[in-house]
Write a new protein. Structure first.
Length: 200
């Protein structure tokens, strides 16, 4: 599939069949995350991959809104929880070639541990499209993070940024609302060329 087509076809899919993924496809999706850029090549991320039905069943109680609103998300054969590791960035930038020995978080203009983990997540979403699969990124609410960590043994220094489902799209997926196209902001609205607000 051409890359432009992958980008054009990417959307959040919330309805799946229970058809399993092959191990090879699963590994390609996970491996793509490792190609994401990261500040200082810190690679401050980890990924909890849930493929066993029993493990996926343990996950869904921590996103009750998703279960309530779109129960067929539970049919997705792959759930991935991307985790950001801030300490990896602070340690990397304390090394001699960077020199931030105080490891001060205030030096960072933005929390790149979240940004980079988000980029890795997007690569998985795009890889799913390239594999002719559906995928969705969704949040895990703060009140569920502690119990989620305890259930899956996630260390305290790793922050879940959300969850990703991947699977075969259900045939009876509702048509995308026309409001999506209506609400999509145009390039003229969001791209400022040369100066904010100036247009050619």
């Amino acid at each position: 599939m051409e890359f432009s087509e992958v980008v054009r076809r990417r959307r959040m899919i919330r309805h799946y069949t229970d058809k399993p993924l092959t191990p090879e496809v699963t590994e390609r999706i996970l491996a793509s995350a490792l190609r994401a850029p990261s500040a200082g090549f810190s690679q401050g991320w980890a990924f909890l991959a849930l493929t066993d039905p029993a493990d996926r069943a343990r996950f869904w109680p921590f996103v009750p809104t998703r279960v309530e609103k779109t129960p067929t998300m539970q049919d997705a054969p792959l759930v991935v929880v991307p985790l950001a590791h801030k300490a990896a960035y602070l340690a990397r930038y304390a090394e001699p070639d960077k020199g931030w020995e105080d490891r001060a978080e205030a030096r960072w203009p933005a929390p790149y541990w979240y940004i980079d983990t988000g980029m890795a997540s997007l690569l998985m979403l795009l890889t799913a499209v390239d594999e002719e699969l559906g995928a969705c990124f969704f949040g895990i609410m703060p009140e569920h993070l502690g119990p989620f960590r305890a259930e899956f043994g996630v260390p305290a220094e790793y922050d879940p940024i959300g969850g990703i489902t991947v699977g075969y799209r259900a045939e009876d997926v509702p048509e995308q609302s026309s409001r999506v196209a209506e609400r999509r902001r145009s390039a003229e609205d969001v791209i400022h060329r040369g100066q904010w607000g100036r247009r050619p």
